[in-house]
Design a protein around this ligand. Structure first.
Ligand code: C2O
Length: 560
C-alpha cells in the first residue's frame, strides 16, 4: 500500500462511525509460562502468557496488524487459519512455506485485510508442534449494521477444544521422529484450557462454566485446536442449531452431536430451553480405525442455569463411542451452504484442472530407527520435504533450486487405493521425497479428489487448504469412480470450508477457484501426519489485471 493511502486510512479510521474501514492493532508476546493441568505442572509456550491465547476480534473489511515478538528459544510463526490472505501470502504464516520463521529475539508484524469473510476461525503457531499451546480464537464480525442471517443471540461464547500432554510436546514429537514410530497420544482433551469437572485433577483447573438464563439463546463459536484428534461435541439435554462452519454460513439444522476436526470451526445456537439445572458439555475423540491409538479422555464443562445451586447434581451425557461413524456421517451429511441471495455458493461449474491426490501413510527404510524403518505420510506417493528457505520468497524473487513444479496431478501408480479387501494394497509402501509444487494459472478452476489409502491402515484425514475456501461437492466410500461419482455431485449448495475430512477408506471431492496468487500449503491437519510428510503446496501465478498480483513483501519479513 502506498504511504499516503495508509495515512489516509489511519486518519479515516479515527472516525469509525463515519466510514466502514478499521485498522486493528494487536501485540502477541510469545513467552514461556508455567502452568498446572492434570495434577502436574510444566512450562508451556504461550501468547501473552495465556492458554488458550487471547481471542482476536475483527470485523469484515478490517485491516489487522499483529506484531509478534518472540521471547522464547524456539523459532515461531503464526497462521491465521482460514483467513483468505488475498495477495498477502506474506502474512499467512506456515514456516518455510510463506515465510522464514521469527527467530528468538526477533519480531514480525502480520498485516492482512479480511475480505468477504465473517464468522469464527482460529490462529495457531505453524512450526514444529508449538500449536499445542499457541492457539486462540479469531472472531470476524459482520460489517457494521449487517445482521447475522439467523436470530440474534443474547450472548456469544468462544469454546476452544484442544489436547494436553503432561510432558513437553516438542520432546514427544522429536523422540518419535528419531525412533520412526508414532508419538504418544495426548493425556487429556481440554475445553478452554481445562479437562473439566470430571477430571481427577479438576480442582486445579476449574473449567468452562457457561452461565445461562432460561429462555435465552447463546451463540457458541466452537474451535477444534487439537493436534491429532477429531472431536465429537455435545451438551446433555440440549440440541444445537448449526449456523456456520469455517466462517461460511450454512443452512441451519438441529442436531445433538457435532463432529469437528482439527482446524475446523462450528458456530451453533444453543437455546437455554430448560427451566433450571446443570448440564454436562462433553468433547470426546472420533476414530474409526481400530489400529490407530487415540486419547480416550473426555473433556467436560457445564451449562449452568441461573438460579441453580452449585451443589445441585449435573445432568450427564454418555461420551459418543470412539468409532461412531454413523454419528459422524449424520453431522457431515447435514452440512449445506446457506446459498442465499446475499451469501451465494459460487461453485465452479467448468473445471480447468482435474486432480486426484491419494493421501495416506507409508513406510520408508531408516537404519537408525528402532524397527529399521520409519512411518511416513504422503500425497500421490510423495512425502514432502520441508525446504530451508521459504517457498513464497523463492517464487517471488525467482530463486531456483528451492522447489520444483512437477507435483503429479494423479497417483503415479494405480492400485486399489482404499485397500479393500485387505492385502491388495501395493507391496511396495516406500514413498518418494521431494519439495514439489503444483502450478496453477491465476483464476484456474480446480476439482481435487482426495482419496484415502489403506496402506498401513485406512484413516480419516482432515485436509486443510491455505489461501482458499472450497466446496465439498462429493464424498464416498471406497475408490473414487470418475465415471459414476461426479453424476451425484452437489453443485448447487455444497458446504464451503477450508478444512475437510477425507473419510477412512473413502474420498472427498472439492472445488475451488485459484483466485489468489501465491504459494498455498495443503496438508493433513493431524499434526502427526503433517510432520510425517502429508503435505504439498500449490503455486498460483499472478494474473494480468491490476489487483491480481502478490503484493511486495513487508520490510520486516524474517530471513532464514
Ligand atoms: Cu491450521 Cu497449515 O494450518
Amino acid at each position: 500500500m502506498e504511504a499516503w493511502v495508509r495515512v489516509l486510512l489511519v486518519v479515516a479510521c479515527l472516525f469509525p462511525a463515519m466510514v466502514e474501514c478499521r485498522v486493528r492493532h494487536y501485540k502477541f508476546n510469545v513467552v514461556m509460562r508455567n502452568t498446572t493441568r492434570l495434577c502436574s505442572s510444566k512450562p508451556i509456550v504461550t501468547v501473552n502468557g495465556r492458554f488458550p491465547g487471547p481471542t482476536l476480534y475483527a470485523r469484515e473489511d478490517d485491516n489487522v496488524l499483529v506484531k509478534v515478538v518472540n521471547h522464547v528459544k524456539y523459532n515461531v510463526t503464526i497462521h491465521w487459519h482460514g483467513v483468505r490472505q488475498l495477495r498477502t501470502g506474506w502474512a499467512d504464516g506456515p514456516a518455510y512455506i510463506t515465510q522464514c520463521p521469527i527467530q528468538p529475539g526477533q519480531s514480525y508484524t502480520y498485516n492482512f485485510t479480511i475480505t468477504g469473510q465473517r464468522g469464527t476461525l482460529l490462529y495457531h503457531a505453524h512450526i514444529l508442534w508449538l500449536r499445542a499451546t499457541i492457539h486462540g480464537g479469531l472472531v470476524i464480525l459482520p460489517k457494521r449494521g449487517i445482521p447475522y442471517p439467523f436470530p440474534k443471540p443474547d450472548k456469544e461464547v468462544v469454546v476452544i477444544l484442544a489436547e494436553w500432554w503432561k510432558s513437553d510436546t516438542e520432546a514427544v514429537i522429536s523422540q518419535a521422529m528419531k525412533a520412526g514410530v508414532a508419538p504418544n497420544v495426548s493425556d487429556a482433551h481440554t475445553i478452554n484450557g481445562h479437562p473439566g469437572p470430571l477430571s481427577p485433577c479438576s480442582s486445579q483447573g476449574g473449567g468452562l462454566k457457561l452461565q445461562v438464563d432460561s429462555g435465552k439463546t447463546y451463540l457458541l463459536r466452537i474451535i477444534n485446536a487439537a493436534l491429532n484428534e477429531e472431536l465429537f461435541f455435545k451438551i446433555a439435554g440440549h440440541n444445537l442449531t448449526v449456523v456456520e462452519v469455517d466462517a461460511s454460513y450454512t443452512k441451519p439444522f438441529t442436531i445433538d452431536t457435532l463432529l469437528i476436526t482439527p482446524g475446523q470451526t462450528t458456530n451453533v445456537l444453543l437455546t437455554a430451553d430448560r427451566k433450571a439445572g446443570k448440564y454436562l458439555i462433553a468433547a470426546s475423540p472420533f476414530m474409526d480405525t481400530p489400529a490407530v491409538a487415540v486419547d480416550n479422555m473426555t473433556a467436560t464443562a457445564t451449562v449452568h442455569y441461573s438460579g441453580t445451586l452449585t451443589t445441585s447434581t449435573t445432568t450427564l451425557t454418555k461420551p459418543t463411542p470412539q468409532n461412531a461413524t454413523s454419528v459422524a456421517n449424520k453431522f457431515i451429511n447435514s452440512l449445506l451452504s446457506l446459498n442465499s441471495k446475499k451469501y451465494p455458493a459460487k461453485v465452479p461449474l467448468k473445471i480447468d484442472h482435474n486432480l486426484l491426490f491419494t493421501v495416506g501413510l507409508g513406510v520408508n527404510p531408516c537404519s537408525t530407527c528402532v524397527n529399521g524403518s520409519k512411518v511416513v505420510a504422503d500425497i500421490n506417493n510423495i512425502s514432502f520435504v520441508m525446504p530451508t528457505f521459504a517457498l513464497l520468497q523463492a517464487h517471488y524473487f525467482n530463486i531456483s533450486g528451492v522447489f520444483t513444479t512437477d507435483f503429479p496431478a494423479n497417483p503415479p501408480i494405480t492400485f486399489n487405493y482404499s485397500g479393500n479387501p485387505p492385502g491388495t494394497a501395493p507391496a511396495n509402501m516406500q514413498t518418494l521425497n521431494g519439495t514439489r509444487l503444483y502450478k496453477l494459472p491465476y483464476n484456474a478452476t480446480v476439482e481435487l479428489v482426495l482419496q484415502d489409502t489403506g496402506i498401513i491402515a485406512p484413516e480419516n484425514h482432515p485436509v486443510h487448504l491455505h489461501g482458499f475456501n472450497f466446496f465439498q461437492v462429493g464424498r464416498g466410500l471406497g475408490n473414487f469412480n470418475p465415471k459414476k461419482d461426479p453424476k451425484k455431485f452437489n453443485l448447487v449448495d455444497p458446504v464451503e470450508r477450508n478444512t475437510i475430512g477425507v473419510p477412512s477408506g473413502g474420498w472427498t471431492a472439492i472445488r475451488f477457484t485459484a483466485d489468489n496468487p501465491g504459494v498455498w500449503f495443503l496438508h493433513c491437519h493431524l499434526e502427526v501426519h503433517t510432520t510425517w510428510g502429508l503435505k504439498m503446496a500449490f503455486l498460483v501465478e499472478n494474473g494480468k489485471g491490476p489487483n491480481e498480483s502478490i503484493i511486495p513483501p513487508p520490510s520486516d519479513l524474517p530471513t532464514c
